[in-house]
Design a protein around this ligand. Sequence first.
Ligand SMILES: Nc1nc2c(ncn2[C@@H]2O[C@H](COP(=O)(O)OP(=O)(O)OP(=O)(O)O)[C@@H](O)[C@H]2O)c(=O)[nH]1
Ligand SMILES: [Mg+2]
Length: 260
Amino acid sequence: MCGTCGCGEDSHVTYTKPGNKVHSQTHDHQHTHGHVHDHSHDHSHGHSHEIQLEIDVLSKNNMLAERNRGYFEALKIKAYNLVSSPGSGKTSLLEKTIMELKNDLDFYIIEGDQQTTHDADRIDKAGAPVIQVNTGNGCHLDAHMINHATKDLSPKENGILFIENVGNLVCPSLFDLGESKRIVIISTTEGEDKPLKYPTMFETSHLCIINKIDLLPYVDFDMDKAKSYAKQVNPNLEFIELSVRSGEGMDAWYEWLKKQ
Ligand SMILES: Nc1nc2c(ncn2[C@@H]2O[C@H](COP(=O)(O)OP(=O)(O)OP(=O)(O)O)[C@@H](O)[C@H]2O)c(=O)[nH]1
Ligand SMILES: [Mg+2]
């Protein structure tokens, strides 16, 4: 987990709605977490301490995630946690989905990035309520951030909440946010071996969207292999192949969303 990647030390999280800063906060757990990275000590006696801290951080997160889940269920809100490496097309998928379905469905968006409000600005233009969570040094969203951002967004009953996680195929996989389903996106430019290299992300997802199929003629991406690798780590994973750019496959995505 983040104990090995340096994520979160002194993390200062900010919550921003396009046009106005909501507020910022320093995260408790990130400080606890910070001890894990004290490289001045002798590593030979630090491991059980590190493991205990990781367990504590994750169990606190899981408890908060269950609270979020209860809140979503009470309001019949479907919450989807979108995870992927940077640049696979998460925001593009959301922009197009909002523009094409906003008359039928109520969308609410939480955008996670280390810095900038670029993605929230894009979503705002597409026409859905959005809040940007900047995680500072942190490389994932956690259940506490979602709790906080959800209160600011106040989604209505029967709404759909998309949570665009920080682009990273490792740490976000360990943090339950209380989502109804987790959606992993890979794009054809990333290589088909990602499910084997980053198995936890694929193991914990319900749906795998394979984006940028318009680029298939130009890249060495073996679709069958990609799916079979993903099935090796998660036999129950569903797949949708699409291109946000060309629109091919978007209908299958919309059908999936509507049948949930
Ligand atoms: N060719 C092609 N390009 C795409 C497609 N979808 C997205 N892109 C491009 O891919 C780039 C990254 O898209 P984003 O939507 O910003 O990706 P992201 O996953 O939100 O990125 P981060 O938030 O930084 O992790 C942009 O230049 C998009 O225009 C697609 O279907 N085909
Ligand atoms: Mg994005």
